[in-house]
Design a protein around this ligand. Structure first.
Ligand SMILES: [Zn+2]
Length: 295
């Protein structure tokens, strides 16, 4: 484990412990969340050494892969995944009709494959070896390891997307710099993040599945994320909800609480979270669309 004595984003020493949280998903190990009083960032502290992080992803459930399960849950899963892919495509297609996309953390490549079928020039980055080979074999995609991010030419992508990825990245400032460097002058950076200021986060507290320690190293409130964006001379042009996440995160959280009526409770709380967020925009997960600040 390594313990931070300053904020990993703004380097302030003005940090303090906020909440104890368990890795309910996999190891049942205990972690804590700390908050920076200067930039409001909440982060997991202490956290595993970078070379030890892989161990916390060693679960068959963590990878979203094509199971081919013909049962109801399998069908529902594929239906929701398809709907999700189309929504993401439509959001990006409205910004730029076609071009070059780099999806960082592309998993098994279903989203990139949809872009490829719509004549986009696609590149993927995926740290997981199995997911990477699946994407290459199944969809003939060009997917590389994280270490290859530095090999792309500067200003070569219209779109760079990280869907629920940035919160996992050990050096978040470095990643922001790298992606900004690869983004065209008129390009867009798409970042989806869980929102620790959502209604469901407040409701489930330390059981909230969006915390997902220690895989999530950062817990960006909209306010803290704006600070990171400004620091890198980028600008948020819009914020969009990921409404399904309220249900999915609630379901996992109910399972962590060992509720016997997890599905019913999760549905109810997912609806509550989305209704509340319709007023204040604090959805369970948020998609941020960024450009260079000069645009
Ligand atoms: Zn800070």
């Amino acid at each position: 484990m390594k313990t931070a004595t300053s904020c990993p984003v703004c380097d302030s020493k003005n940090i303090s412990k906020k909440l104890d949280v368990k890795d309910y998903f996999l190891t049942q190990e205990n972690f804590s969340l700390w908050k920076c009083k200067d930039c409001n960032l909440v982060f997991t502290n202490p956290r595993p050494e970078d070379e030890d992080l892989g161990r916390y992803y060693e679960s068959p459930d963590y990878l979203s892969h094509n199971t081919g399960d013909s049962g109801f849950m399998g069908k529902l899963y594929r239906l929701l995944r398809e709907k999700n892919i189309k929504r993401k495509y439509n959001i990006i297609n409205k910004l730029i009709p076609t071009g070059t996309i780099l999806d960082i953390g592309c998993g098994t490549g279903e989203l990139l494959n949809y872009f490829k079928k719509n004549n986009w020039h696609c590149r993927g980055i995926e740290p997981n070896v199995k997911a990477r080979s699946f994407a290459k074999m199944q969809y003939d995609l060009k997917v590389e390891d994280e270490s290859c991010i530095k090999n792309f030419s500067p200003e070569s992508f219209d779109i760079i997307s990280m869907w629920h990825v940035l919160e996992h990245v050990p050096d978040v400032n470095k990643r922001m710099q790298e992606t900004k460097h690869l983004l065209k002058k008129q390009g867009y950076l798409i970042i989806a993040l869980p929102n620790p200021t959502s209604w469901d986060a407040a409701f489930y507290k330390n059981y909230w599945a969006g915390l997902d320690v220690p895989r999530h190293l950062y817990h960006f409130s909209p306010d803290a994320f704006r600070g990171l964006v400004n620091k890198h001379n980028l600008r948020i042009i819009s914020r969009l909800p990921l409404k399904l996440d309220a249900f999915y995160v609630s379901l996992l959280s109910e399972q962590y609480k060992k509720n016997n009526f997890a599905i019913a409770s999760a549905f109810f709380n997912g609806v509550r979270s989305n209704i509340k967020a319709a007023n204040d925009g604090n959805y369970s997960s948020i998609i941020y669309i960024l450009t260079h600040a000069s645009n």
